[in-house]
Design a protein around this ligand. Structure first.
Ligand code: F6P
Length: 476
């Protein structure tokens, strides 16, 4: 098996590069710089080393671009019209699949015109990948926006080896069965040779969906695809939990300027005794409201007292054109306003709510500054913030409160695990985290760090690609 993975084609909703403009007026110059984010960090070095193409949407409606090279990666842009962004991205991907796959925390909407657009856009991506892929290449399709691509691509290019990785949960059949196009989705994914999931439970849910909604059978982690009643191909569905660039994050957090910034942050917050931190995309899956509710009740009960204790919630803007996200923002901001009205002192808010994104250096400094990290997602494929917090704490200090409904909870078993729906339990756990003895904090953080530092995103990508390259296709 070639460990170099020559001729790799990655197909993802977004490109690995972002357009940035330097200068103004006549001097303005547009360049493409690498996007932040785990997937790009993992795959960029592989593609830079061996060559490879990344097929994706440049992130702006109507932007049509010829293929180009940026950051030593060949980029193959797929243009989306304004209507496709509305129906395929905001609609079917983020208002049908996203809520359905996250335990229907909000109601998924089923619209036939969104589905039609999803099929059309998936076809565009498959055609672009078919054009970009050299003969016999490995193609790695990413995530829930592109679940039809494996099958569409196989029809166009049977010579390719196709992998798919699902970054979000795959729901139980009792929920998945709501989807009017459930069989098309399962058959779409079965176009791959290897389908990767975050957790074993996601892979079993998928294999159950195969048995329930297609004529194919499964044995262990393998589905047998039949043609005219005879076995034709095999598809493996397995767990490949995603990770972060742990060493790079640890190094970043240990830089003197980041450590200095961590001290400054505490000073700017009025040198509290206890600093609680939440860091999320502003998404209803993240349990931000549950966390704020628990904190507000602890203030009301007099168990926590600002400004001695303070809470920083970073909520980075996300999918703002989708109604449920706009509604969540209103709810969070009203609740934060109410708690701050009741419990803040002049210049010392009880909750510091920051609706921004920050560079990695600032995030690393916040992680170093925080005594307790609150990850209370109601459902999350993995949750990389939890892993970043652990990677940042080479000082072995800090306590992670982690929802049992995250993929990360399978690995970070030394965190204080919580059910975020149980507000009393969440309150007790926050207090236990604050009061945890120093020796216990160190013991738990050391164990979690072993896991995070030993399993990084480069080994995740290598494991998936090695498995894809060696997956038997026609004979198990
Ligand atoms: O959690 C799934 C995910 O695709 C992440 O990988 C990514 O950070 C996030 O959603 C971004 O979503 P969008 O592309 O819709 O902004």
């Amino acid at each position: 098996m070639p460990s170099s993975h020559a001729d790799l084609v990655v197909v993802a909703n977004r490109l690995p590069v972002e357009e940035t403009t330097e200068g103004t007026g006549d001097d303005a110059r547009t360049t493409w710089t690498r996007s932040p984010g785990g997937l790009v960090t993992a795959l960029a070095p592989i593609m830079q080393r061996t060559g490879g193409t990344w097929v994706g949407w440049p992130g702006k409606a109507g932007l049509e671009l010829d293929p180009f090279t940026a950051d030593r990666i060949d980029v193959h842009p797929v243009a989306l019209t304004r209507q496709e962004v509305k129906r395929y991205y905001e609609g079917f991907s983020n208002a049908t699949i996203w809520p359905l796959y996250h335990d229907v925390i909000v109601d998924p909407e089923y619209h036939r015109d969104w589905w039609t657009s999803y099929v059309q856009v998936n076809t565009k991506f498959a055609e672009a990948a078919a054009e970009a892929a050299p003969k016999g290449a490995l193609v790695w399709v990413q995530d829930y926006q592109l679940q039809l691509v494996p099958r569409l691509l196989r029809q166009l290019r049977p010579d390719l080896r196709i992998g798919y990785f699902h970054h979000i949960p795959f729901p139980p059949v009792e929920l998945f069965g709501q989807l009017p196009w459930r069989a098309d989705i399962v058959n779409g994914l079965l176009g791959a040779d290897l389908v990767g999931f975050q957790r074993t439970g996601d892979a079993s849910n998928f294999l159950r969906a195969v048995r329930r909604f297609t004529e194919f059978s499964t044995r262990g982690s393998v589905a047998t695809i039949k043609r005219r009643g005879r076995p034709d191909r095999y598809v493996r569905a397995e767990r490949f939990p995603i990770a972060i660039d742990s060493a790079a994050f640890e190094d970043l957090a240990a830089r003197p300027e980041v450590e200095k910034r961590a001290l400054e942050i505490r000073e700017e917050l009025g040198s509290p005794d206890v600093l609680l931190l939440g860091v999320d995309r502003l998404d209803y899956t993240k349990g931000i409201r549950h966390r704020i509710k628990a904190y507000g009740e602890l203030l009301a009960d007099g168990k926590l007292r600002p400004p001695g204790t303070t809470f920083v919630q970073v909520a980075s803007p996300s999918r703002e054109h989708v109604e449920e996200y706009a509604e969540l923002r209103r709810q969070v901001e009203v609740t934060v306003g109410r708690i701050n009205g009741d419990y803040s002192a002049l210049g010392r808010p009880a909750i510091h709510y920051l609706h921004h994104s920050y560079p990695a250096e600032e995030m690393a400094a916040m992680y170093r500054a925080a005594d307790v990290m609150l990850v209370t997602a109601l459902r999350d494929g993995m949750n990389l913030v939890a892993k970043e917090y652990v990677a940042a704490r080479a000082d072995l200090d800090g306590v992670l409160v982690l929802s049992e409904f995250t993929g990360a909870a399978d690995e970070l078993t030394q965190a204080l695990l919580v059910n975020p729906h149980d507000i009393e339990g969440l309150k007790r756990t926050i207090l236990a985290a604050i009061d945890m003895p120093h020796a216990e904090r160190r013991r738990r953080m050391r164990a979690m760090r072993k896991r995070v530092m030993d399993h990084d995103v480069a080994s995740w990508a290598k494991m998936f690609l090695d498995a894809l390259a060696t997956t038997p296709r026609t004979d198990v």
